[in-house]
Design a protein around this ligand. Sequence first.
Ligand SMILES: Nc1ncnc2c1ncn2[C@@H]1O[C@H](COP(=O)(O)OP(=O)(O)OP(=O)(O)O)[C@@H](O)[C@H]1O
Ligand SMILES: [Mg+2]
Length: 512
Amino acid sequence: MKTYALQMEGITKEFPGVKALDDVTFSVRKGEIHALCGENGAGKSTLMKVLSGVYPSGTYSGRIVINGKEVHFKDIKESQDAGVAIIYQELALVPEMTVAENIFLSSDLMRKKIIDWNELYAQAQYWLDQIGLSIDPQTKLGELTVGKQQLIEIIKALTKKAEILILDEPTAALTESDVEILISLLKDLRAKGVTCIYISHKLGEVITLADSVTILRDGQTVSTDSIEELTEDKIVTKMVGRTLTELFPYEKHDIGDPILEVKNYSFHHGGINETVAKEVSFSLSKGEILGVSGLMGAGRTELFISLFGGYPGKKSGEVIIDGKTVDIKKPSEAIQAGLAYVSEDRKRYGLVLGMEITKNSTLAALQKVMPKGLIDTEIEMKNAGELTSRMNLKAHSLEAKVSQLSGGNQQKVVLSKWLFTNPKVLILDEPTRGIDVGAKYEIYKIINELSQQGVGIVMISSELPEVLGVSDRVIVMSEGTITGELTREEATQEKIMKYATAGRDKNESNII
Ligand SMILES: Nc1ncnc2c1ncn2[C@@H]1O[C@H](COP(=O)(O)OP(=O)(O)OP(=O)(O)O)[C@@H](O)[C@H]1O
Ligand SMILES: [Mg+2]
């Protein structure tokens, strides 16, 4: 039997008003990939922050034993020195710097008064070769796909001699082909003896990758099993404490007159001096759910942000909302015209993290909470309460700051905020990124309800099963144009992928 790389025993961690971890036991064998699963707010990230010294020794109770020795980390530096490396979903890299500079950012190689560039590039090349990545170390990091950047982050951890590698939702922002590369790298690392803790809401990945799975629910350990004893359904049941019978609550609904019509629309983004939408034409009807598919970088987000007035630039073509031609130049005009846009990047565009849930959830329609010119906190509370109870928001109080919520619960607040504007057209950009299976179902139900009320819905998503399970119709984009359109009945993963790679260099979607 293999020995343990890590044992966490009786870990309890409280925040004011919340017991995030309650007597958690978590043991990881040397050289295995151990998945950590649980609903949003179950305590996964908190447990990893305890392990990596983000929450220092003394701020939690319980014991942490690494390679048989008890440890008391006072900060992240100490855990790094002991071989623990944590990679967050939000990458901590500098896009303007080269790959080599990023890899050795905090190492002695970069701290020297006179940097030996030949040495730096040679070292970087060595590590790139080690994991079989054919990238020039002098490439600017920002030119790589998010997937490749993720791999660079892992190399960076490996150069620090990481023995325990923690990945907290690493694939939430990756396309399917990038995910495959990451998975094969993790398998290679396992063969080399690196221990890996893998947090993901994508249970298919967990099944293909993990050797063991620990499940947390409400801050407590439910079970640890080896993968042979589990199926996706079994994991879900343990996570939510009940059996989920269906993943997509799709119901047939009436589709009405066109609500958004876009004709020969092109947009030249002044900020980056690039044409992000080229001769795009599509229409969306009342009550219709339009899925928008495509590979990362296909221009889906850019198209809809430009329609929402989010970029400076020049446009041509025509946009008609509810029968009226509009000329939207900024987001406030878009909201006025009946559009709502739920961003894929909730931290950057969606939320004010230091503000309460109540305030965040009404932010996009302040006039509705200010009937007499002043903010009426009672209306605020009532609305925040109604919207969030529909989404099973997990928070100890509606007046808690959004920064204290788990990732998935933050996403629910973003959605509430936009629903509060009563939009005619709701644009959802990766709406279930980082959301657990149970809450995904809740969000799909809300999408269905809204469509039944006649709201036109655009759902940009990189998860093909979600696009197929939720949409009435699917448009596929590549390189800033629409390359295909499929009805719900016609749409399959294969057809979507064929359109998504249309006009692209075949190798481009492959990362290596
Ligand atoms: N800094 C904090 N202050 C107060 N409460 C917190 C803080 N950080 C986390 N919590 C609470 O602790 C609980 C566990 O949160 P955690 O982020 O560990 O969940 P998670 O399992 O990672 O969820 P997700 O899948 O959504 O990322 C949640 O109820 C959360 O609101
Ligand atoms: Mg988390």
